[in-house]
Design a protein around this ligand. Structure first.
Ligand SMILES: [Fe+2]
Length: 138
């Protein structure tokens, strides 16, 4: 489950990177709309699974040790930041995908890069931390 969700998130990061690379000249509106529609539902699904199933299992497996509790608190805080950021990005991508004016394409491109870089970091940290839960499969 986690592998599938992380794979979907990483695929979304790749799509966002492709969009950022395409701005402004080679803009693909379909791509922008696809990413816009996917962003928030995917993050909601991933966060719900991680916070409802994965993190509690991780804390239990760590015997409620303080560092594990703190790590999960940090990951949850990142989820909130990512969700806020995703909402803004989804709106920007929707506007650009529908051919509406975007206030500043450079700013959107910058936001996209900041977002997928942070998501990739988050996924890597989460994978590393949760790996013991999945044994050799990591
Ligand atoms: Fe996460």
């Amino acid at each position: 489950m986690l592998s599938r969700l992380h794979a979907e998130k990483l695929a979304l990061c790749d799509l966002l990177e492709a969009i950022a690379d395409s701005l402004p000249q080679a803009l693909n509106r379909e791509q922008c709309l696809a990413a816009s529609g996917k962003l928030e539902p995917l993050l909601r699904e991933v966060h719900a699974y991680e916070e409802g199933v994965l993190f509690p299992a991780y804390i239990r497996a760590q015997g409620n040790a303080q560092p594990s509790v703190e790590l999960v608190a940090r990951l949850k805080a990142e989820h909130i930041e990512d969700a806020d950021f995703a909402a803004e990005l989804a709106e920007g991508l929707r506007r650009i995908g529908q051919g509406l004016d975007v206030l500043n394409v450079d700013a959107l491109s910058y936001m996209l890069r900041g977002f997928f870089a942070a998501l990739r970091r988050h996924i890597a940290n989460e994978r590393e931390a949760m790996a013991p839960l999945f044994g050799a499969k990591g």
